[in-house]
Write a protein that binds this ligand. Sequence first.
Ligand SMILES: CC(C)(COP(=O)(O)OP(=O)(O)OC[C@H]1O[C@@H](n2cnc3c(N)ncnc32)[C@H](O)[C@@H]1OP(=O)(O)O)[C@@H](O)C(=O)NCCC(=O)NCCS
Length: 284
Amino acid sequence: MTSHRDSGELSWRGLEPANWLEVCSCGHGRACDQSLVESRRQYLIAQAGAGLEILVAHHGERPLGFAQTAPVEGVARDVEGEGAVLLHCVNVFSSGRGVGRALVHEVRRRAAKLGRGVVVDACAGVWGFMPEDFFARLGFRVAQAKGQRRLMYIDLPTGAGLPRYFEPRYSPPDLHPDGGPGHPEVIVDVFFTPLCSGLLSEEAAVARRAAASYGDRVLVREWNCGDAGVRGRFGVARAVFVNGVMRPNGDTITLEEAGDLIAMALGRPAPVTAVWDDSISRLF
Ligand SMILES: CC(C)(COP(=O)(O)OP(=O)(O)OC[C@H]1O[C@@H](n2cnc3c(N)ncnc32)[C@H](O)[C@@H]1OP(=O)(O)O)[C@@H](O)C(=O)NCCC(=O)NCCS
């Protein structure tokens, strides 16, 4: 197995035809829904002028992994900070060969040239997603912990404040007590970040399919946290709420689960304040 620990044989590229399928499918290639891949590709290209950067580690023509960054100020996540780029994700297609370390090192080097540090929203024990232990090994420190999420940082310039998670401000929808025409009994609010899926929300599409058989009784609303107004109003980047109750699962929602949540919500009163589940991570 080739090791890339010295990284001398790696080259750095941006998003380009040789790697866009792997990058935009997060390494799943043709197994991924190609409409999502294309949606993400278009979003990433459109956002390049706004500071979003895709850094791809190549061995010759072969992409080995990538990192996605954007200035932390105004990033499409429920995180605030200053003087840093947010490392939204690092994804290595073949682990254990030094590519992850080399990618993070190159991200730090590029950020430093801009006088910036690096912030990452990592996870503690979530199926190897953005693992806290990996970033800790590379020298990142925890600024804030929230459930299984760990907001970490490194190289922040002097005087820059530590990054923080937004305070959530989401409230349950105001439902008409008697339902009836124009008054849904269940509202599903799906929050998504275009950094992952472009402008298509896979989870909203699933929720709409699950809601279809209920007609006007169930309304699915889709919230794009790439919109600063949405982030400011709700303080949420990714979540699914069914009548104000956060779905207690961090994985991508399935049709069966969405159907079950809607059926349960139809039979019970909505809570007065939103019900959160901070024990899970809703990063991806
Ligand atoms: C985590 C990840 C980036 C690591 O990349 P990698 O190329 O396997 O890591 P490296 O080989 O460069 O390892 C660098 C160091 O980190 C350590 N490390 C790697 N993965 C680790 C993990 N999950 N936990 C703790 N330490 C880890 C290695 O042991 C190595 O330490 P050492 O050099 O002191 O021995 C990679 O496994 C990955 O892409 N995982 C998925 C991340 C993800 O969820 N992305 C978003 C998807 S939407």
